[in-house]
Design a protein around this ligand. Structure first.
Ligand code: GTP
Ligand code: MG
Length: 214
């Protein structure tokens, strides 16, 4: 059973900004297990962090894609169980205005981070519920699989869709990313405050699954 009791759901009780690193080399000391949030620019990565942590501006958000350019670290404590982790807000992919050199640099930095960052135990991959997973989403998935990382898929901005369209989008995403029955696809909306509990539980599950690995 995931939750300690039906009356005490997991929730983030403490959250603070730690540091922003431009590359793998300057990431902080590996004192906590890490979970990173990946997805296209503007998909809602920073907004989801604020939702989970119940803070308005912990992670900087913007209407304009390309806001998050660094690897941003946040320290979270989840209760019950006093669970500590670093949640990592990654720069988004697919933002074309930054130019080719910046994109190449992004690819190099992300590739290194995903393949070599030792405390990284899982990725939350965010996909915009309004669109089918795009080429870059599929590539990110391949990258995650290739680097042997556990992943959880999260559909964002479901408030923009009607109920039927949300279910259609979920089915499309499951098919396109080749998710198995055991792999969840969590629905979220920052506006409706939807998915907080599911995402927090998914984070705890990722942390628990690595603890159980010999
Ligand atoms: P980059 O840092 O550029 O990679 O973007 P990001 O993925 O961090 O996106 P961010 O959280 O900055 O959100 C982008 C825009 O989408 C902002 O205008 C948010 O207010 C909006 N947004 C995020 N989540 C939701 C949601 O659930 N519903 C709606 N309607 N808007 C959302
Ligand atoms: Mg961001």
């Amino acid at each position: 059973m995931l939750e300690k009791s039906d009356h005490t759901p997991y929730r983030v009780v403490e959250a603070s900004y730690v540091v922003s690193s431009p590359n793998l080399r300057s990431c902080p000391d590996p004192i906590y297990p890490e979970i990173a949030i990946a997805g296209r620019s503007n998909v809602g990565k920073s907004s989801l962090i604020n939702l989970l942590c119940n803070q308005k501006n912990l992670a900087k958000t913007s209407r304009t894609p390309g806001k998050t350019q660094m690897i941003n670290y946040f320290h979270l404590r989840i209760e019950p169980g006093s669970i500590h982790l670093h949640l990592v807000d990654l720069p988004g992919y697919g933002y074309t205005k930054t130019g080719k050199t910046v994109q190449e640099q992004w690819g190099k930095t992300m590739g290194e981070f995903l393949e070599r960052r030792k405390p990284l135990i899982g990725i939350l991959q965010l996909v915009d519920s309004r669109h089918e997973p795009q080429t870059l989403d599929l590539q990110m998935r391949e990258w995650i699989t290739h680097s042997n990382r556990a992943a959880v898929t999260i559909l964002t901005k479901t408030d923009k869709l009607k109920k039927n369209a949300i279910q259609k989008s979920r089915a499309q995403t499951i098919r396109a990313l080749g998710l198995s029955k055991e792999e969840s696809c969590i629905l979220t909306s920052v506006l409706k405050r939807q998915g907080i509990r599911e995402v927090t539980n998914a984070i705890v599950s990722l942390l628990q699954s690595t603890q159980n690995t010999p």
